[in-house]
Design a protein around this ligand. Sequence first.
Ligand code: H2B
Length: 96
Amino acid sequence: MPIARLTDDECRAALAELTGWTLRGDGLAIVRDFTFADFSRAFAFITRVALLAERADHHPEWSNVCNRVHVTLTTHDAGGLSRRDVAMARAIGKLL
Ligand code: H2B
């Protein structure tokens, strides 16, 4: 289902509201690094986000090294940022 990309103004407003997220260099995604006490906690976080993502049918791109998780949010169906990324970033924030 097509979804609109955020306008530049909407991107700015979203970033002002979201703690810890920054705009990727190309402006098409938001990124955030998470650091946990150990790998188990990092993996538990990944699992919880995966369940959220399945429920929302909106899936992050991510990588994990030891206790760190790097998350990228972008909307493939929109070719950039959409309100789905903002909603997912908010939902992830509530897990912390
Ligand atoms: N995740 C992300 N990040 N972007 C999408 O556009 C997207 C998705 N689309 N998860 C969903 C699945 C789509 O492919 C299905 C068909 O709804």
